[in-house]
Design a protein around this ligand. Structure first.
Ligand SMILES: [Zn+2]
Length: 82
């Protein structure tokens, strides 16, 4: 019983945290597949991240620009070793 309650708490915290994130789509410049990332708007309106493509696993540099209303993010992806 106690174990079940403890297991539920982190799940609730994760869900609440996720609402703060913006989902953004970008096309992988290597294989052309659409990828989805979650952007944390509180980290700044312009961000630079490195993410692996979910399909071809190539590291990509993502330049992210959050819209002024904070609802949307623009993502520009370039291969890391270019
Ligand atoms: Zn790819």
């Amino acid at each position: 019983m106690i174990a079940a309650i403890l297991a539920t708490i982190p799940a609730i915290l994760t869900k609440a945290h996720k609402i703060m994130f913006i989902s953004a789509l970008f096309l992988c410049p290597v294989c052309g597949t659409e990828n989805e990332i979650e952007v944390d708007p509180s980290a700044g309106s312009r961000q630079k991240l490195t993410e692996d493509c979910q399909t071809c696993c190539r590291p990509l540099i993502l330049k992210i620009e959050i819209s002024p209303d904070g609802d949307d993010a623009d993502v520009e992806a370039t291969p890391e070793n270019e």
